[in-house]
Design a protein around this ligand. Structure first.
Ligand SMILES: Cc1cc2nc3c(=O)[nH]c(=O)nc-3n(C[C@H](O)[C@H](O)[C@H](O)COP(=O)(O)OP(=O)(O)OC[C@H]3O[C@@H](n4cnc5c(N)ncnc54)[C@H](O)[C@@H]3O)c2cc1C
Length: 392
């Protein structure tokens, strides 16, 4: 049986970056993905600068558009725009980004095998036996990075199942509107319960999408049609329309047990407000690597310190995001009004760029407005406080 220090199941952003970091640290790593690469994944493909700062190398070869302005609108009325002197979001396509990340992992020394599905796991005190169809491999530890629909979280039975959001998106080739979208990401708030609509500029097309609570699934096509009409087109003109689940970790869900852990969507690490998950994928990849290296070096007896590390790193942000999501859902007009004053923008810019660790660290007028959002959320019982870690 082949032996590795680590098997990483899934070569999305979380898995490939974990494999890259582990291999760069000298570990022997098998990275497998059930899909043949390059493969696509339903996603807006927006990398906030907060996420980019967590990447161990620049994503430049696959960046198609740089966003420096954001247009916010409530219920398809009342728009306002804010801008920055610097990049806020780098736009890519997942087919291209994920191929680059897997390539970099392989170049760092990981053994990358695509078209290989993890079909079973057998965990014991000394390691993990991983079934890859009729083959078996043995590793000292397993990183579950197989996304929202993977098998590792279920097989490892780590924590309760996450709650889910859903999103649907498609691409519209540029016709005449290219200039008016240049450098600008549009967020349509108060349009989908538990979510929003977006219009993102890419290299040769716009990406239009909608996401919200899981129960919105049957209505997503109608929400997408409404978004398209508000932007002078029809959902029938979109290419490559596809949907996917957004897993939202429950506060008591564990992320590690013994010699196994979960990163990215497999661990339900999606931001509840934005539905973004690449920043969380990269942070969890970094923390998973640190825990894995400690285990491999004999400095730790298990991967369980990873669970606490993730809660400390992401807890405050996830808590605030839950609050803002609930406030937007229950009091959309008031929450939109609270987030609109220009003095709130520096905090939003700081969050997008990763300089502000979480909304609670905002100062001045932004702090007051964000406190207002938090108070609204508390009034209607946001689950946010349950994600906070004391002392983090
Ligand atoms: C419509 C939509 C829009 C989004 N827009 C954004 C955005 O603009 N910005 C952002 O940051 N986030 C966005 N997200 C969230 C983001 O897509 C995810 O958080 C991100 O993909 C998580 O990466 P991951 O590596 O954890 O999982 P994934 O990217 O899902 O990768 C998991 C991998 O595991 C593989 N796999 C599954 N099962 C197995 C198995 N049994 N064996 C082997 N391999 C397996 C899959 O083939 C896949 O390649 C969006 C999500 C949706 C649905």
């Amino acid at each position: 049986m082949e032996r590795f220090d680590a098997v990483v199941a899934g070569a999305g952003p979380a898995g490939s970056v974990t494999a890259y970091r582990l291999a760069s640290a000298g570990a022997s790593v098998l990275l497998v993905d059930r899909a043949r690469f390059p493969r696509d994944k339903p996603c807006g493909g927006g990398l906030t600068m907060r996420a980019v700062a967590e990447l161990p190398f620049p994503p430049d070869p696959v960046v198609e558009h740089v966003v420096t302005r954001m247009r916010f609108r409530h219920a398809y009325r009342n728009a306002y725009e804010r801008g920055s002197e610097r990049p806020l979001i780098l736009m890519t396509q997942r087919r291209r980004l994920d191929a680059l990340l897997a390539e970099r992992a392989a170049a760092a020394g990981a053994d990358f095998r695509d078209g290989v599905r993890v079909t079973g796991l057998d965990v014991d005190a000394a390691g993990v036996t991983v079934a890859l169809g009729s083959d078996r491999v043995r590793a000292s530890l397993l990183v579950g990075a197989d996304g929202a629909n993977g098998i590792t979280a279920k097989r490892l039975a780590i924590g309760p199942q996450p709650a889910y959001g859903v999103a649907l998106e498609g691409n519209l080739p540029y016709a005449v509107a290219r200039e008016s979208h240049s450098g600008t990401a549009i967020l349509e708030l108060g349009t989908v319960p538990g979510g929003y609509g977006w219009v993102f500029p890419k290299g040769d097309h716009l990406n239009l999408g909608v996401g919200g609570w899981e129960r919105e699934g049957p209505s997503l096509r109608a929400h997408l049609e409404r978004l398209c009409r508000a932007h002078g087109t029809s959902a029938d003109r979109l290419g490559n329309v596809r949907g996917h689940r957004l897993p939202l970790r429950r506060p008591d869900a564990r992320l590690a047990r013994g010699r196994t852990l979960l990163v990215g969507d497999a661990g339900g690490l999606v931001d509840p407000l934005s539905g973004d998950g690449m920043y969380e994928a990269f942070v969890s990849a970094r923390l998973a690597t640190a825990a894995a290296i400690d285990l491999l070096a004999g400095r730790a007896g298990s991967l369980e310190p990873y669970d606490t590390a993730v809660r400390r790193a992401l807890g405050r942000m996830i808590s605030a995001s839950w609050g803002a999501k609930i406030a937007f859902d229950r009091f959309p007009r008031l929450t939109f009004a609270l987030s609109r004053p220009p003095l709130v923008w520096p905090a939003v810019e700081g969050l997008l760029c990763g300089e502000l660790p979480h909304p609670g660290a905002a100062t001045g007028g932004a702090r007051l407005a964000l406190r207002g959002v938090e108070t609204l959320a508390r009034l209607v019982g946001s689950p946010g406080p349950r994600y906070r870690v004391e002392g983090a």
